[in-house]
Design a protein around this ligand. Structure first.
Ligand code: SF4
Length: 467
């Protein structure tokens, strides 16, 4: 075990999933000297949700054991070799890397000789490979679940060396109809980290090449019977390498010094967080960031969560609706094709153009009708809405839309304007209006947040004050 926490395959997957978040990137264990779980606890927001259920562990361990079982090794190996169209092995060897870098190097050397000179294929378990870009540091090693070593032949069929096919075991059944199976993607990212690390390792035997494909052992059926799935790792390896490089560069830029306990809280607090409801819940800092968002005074900060865990005073979302109607009346004419006419590339018509009157005439009825129809669907009387927080681009449009929805000319209290103070704040406008004009509503009051714009596109969120 090295002193630097490099994160292994899980770290590679996580750094891809949360790559857009500066806070995630700059709390890399390489920089903080602690895992994000430990960091979350140190910050007072322990990651209690990320624990893997016991039953899930048992299943994973049972599956891993089956992958190692003699009964399946030949089958897995033969299938992987067949899928990759490698030379059919004369015999199958099973070896362990002994969870040690030195033993892994020794076993790879002997597997290479067996492949090259005797045409034997070797299934290796318990491997340890130095982490890519950190091989000369005391960093945690990469621990691929298995690797296959098989003969490498030239065009004439002569054995010239060996292939190293990296692999991992994942106990999830493949949903074959879903080519974008997210779990398989994660699995192959982990395999790719093993491949990148092995390809760079100076102790790889001469003549052994890391194959561009990798293998995942996944259950074929509910009884966890393993089978091999192979995939081209080229994209995964590029992705993993880019993320590792980013992390190692940040580590080196920080002087290769982990943060002290005293520096931690201020360091994390100053990092910009990019919240994403779709991915943040898998991050160990989720509770920390959620608490920050709950207490935020940022007018555009919005946290959507289950009512059972929300504070007593909150807003229920009664329904949301999106609508798009094609129109050329607001469009961006800037694009790569402009270069085809160099004499007027920068002409006014090559930028953002808008037919304002047409937009006004078409969007007002479209949005008003959408709001009324959605209110009906949600069984809400539109004329009983306590307040409308509308898109802040044109006060005249808002006045007309509010009138059509409420059945009378809206007062400033019923349809507040922030356009005069902040200008056109684009898609954030309705949320800013909501943020600045919602504290006075009573429990049970309903309202509408609505934005609209180019496309045309429009969206409604009906809300009710609770607590
Ligand atoms: S939970 Fe926080 S740190 Fe983690 S990805 Fe989301 S915003 Fe970034």
């Amino acid at each position: 075990m090295g002193a630097l926490i490099a994160g292994g395959g899980s770290g590679a997957v996580a750094s891809s999933a949360h790559a857009g978040c500066t806070r995630f990137r700059m709390t890399d264990p390489l920089l903080t000297g602690r895992s994000r779980r430990t960091l979350a606890s140190a910050l007072g927001h322990p990651d209690v949700g990320g624990k893997i259920p016991d039953a899930r562990w048992v299943r994973a361990l049972a599956f891993e054991r089956m992958v190692h079982d003699q009964a399946f090794v030949s089958e897995l190996l033969t299938r992987a070799v067949g899928l990759l169209e490698l030379e059919r092995p004369a015999a199958v060897r099973i070896r362990s890397g002994g969870d040690s870098v030195d033993t892994t190097a020794t076993e790879l050397a002997s597997a290479h000789l067996a492949a090259k000179h005797a045409g034997e294929a070797t299934m290796l378990f318990g491997l340890r490979v130095p982490f890519v870009e950190l091989a000369d540091q005391r960093a945690t090693d990469v621990r691929p679940d298995f690797a296959i070593v098989a003969s490498r032949t030239d065009a004439a069929g002569n054995r010239v060396g060996s292939w190293l096919v990296m692999g991992d075991a994942k106990d999830y059944e493949r949903v074959r109809s879903r080519i974008d199976d997210g779990r398989m993607l994660k699995g192959f990212l982990q395999v790719a980290l093993g491949a990148e690390s092995a390809a760079e390792w100076s102790r790889l035997p001469a003549g052994m090449q890391v194959h561009r494909y990798g293998a995942l052992a996944v259950p074929r059926n509910a009884y966890l019977r393993p089978e091999a799935v192979v995939e081209d790792l080229a994209d995964h390896r590029r992705e993993v390498r880019a993320r590792v490089h980013e992390r190692v560069t940040a580590y080196r830029a920080a002087g290769e010094q982990a943060l002290t306990d005293a520096e931690l809280a201020a360091h994390v607090a100053h990092l910009e967080a990019a919240y994403d409801p779709g991915t943040c819940s898998t991050c160990s800092l989720f509770r920390y960031c959620r608490a920050e968002l709950r207490g935020s005074s940022d007018p555009t900060a919005v946290l959507v969560e289950d009512a059972s865990i929300a504070p007593a005073s909150h807003w229920d979302i009664l329904g949301t609706k999106l609508k798009t109607v094609f129109s050329n009346n607001i469009r961006n004419n800037f694009g790569f094709l402009n270069r085809a006419t160099p004499d007027d590339t920068d002409g006014a018509d090559k930028l953002f153009v808008q037919e304002g009157r047409k937009v006004f005439k078409e969007v007002v009825p479209m949005v008003a009708e959408m709001i009324v129809a959605e209110a009906e669907r949600l069984d809400i009387d539109p004329q009983g809405l306590r307040r409308l927080w509308l898109h802040q681009a044109n006060a005249g449009m808002n006045r007309l839309i509010a009138q059509r929805v409420l059945g009378h000319e809206a007062s400033e209290d019923e349809s507040p304007t922030v356009l005069d103070t902040y200008g056109n704040t684009s898609s954030a406008g309705s949320i800013i209006a909501f943020h600045l004009n919602s504290d006075d509503l009573e429990s049970g009051d309903s309202g509408l947040i609505c934005s609209f714009g180019a496309g045309y596109s429009a969206g409604t969120v009906f809300v009710r004050k609770m607590g």
